[in-house]
Design a protein around this ligand. Structure first.
Ligand SMILES: [Zn+2]
Length: 114
């Protein structure tokens, strides 16, 4: 491969695959020493008889967990923390206190008129 072509592939799709049986993650950057798979081998390029080096599961037992470096699990946790748990209750509090304050002001203003 020429240098130009390598630069064009600056963000290669090096998706990692996780064994759903044992949790082993195949990383294309590392390959698989035990099966003589050289580093840089995509999961799709592995021989069809390739097995999980830990539990000997078939390739079909693996699930795509995204490219290395993105830490998909961490991203999911961030989503849970910011989107689900902290923002919504805060918005609820603002609504509740806002409504209480408005109601209180309305109540006071009625007394003020009399
Ligand atoms: Zn496995």
């Amino acid at each position: 491969m020429s240098e130009q072509a390598e630069q064009a592939m600056e963000t290669p799709v090096l998706d990692r695959y996780e064994c759903r049986s044992c949790g082993y993650v195949y990383e294309p950057e590392k390959g698989d020493d035990k099966s003589d798979v050289p580093p840089g081998t995509l999961f799709a390029e592995l021989p069809t008889n390739w097995r999980c080096p830990v539990c000997i599961a078939k390739k079909t037992a693996f699930a795509n967990v995204g490219p290395a470096g993105t830490a998909s699990g961490f991203k999911e946790n961030l989503g849970y923390g910011l989107g689900g748990n902290t923002l919504t209750p805060t918005q609820k509090n603002i609504l509740i206190f806002g409504a209480l304050a408005l109601g209180f002001l309305f109540f006071i203003s009625l007394y003020g008129l009399q």
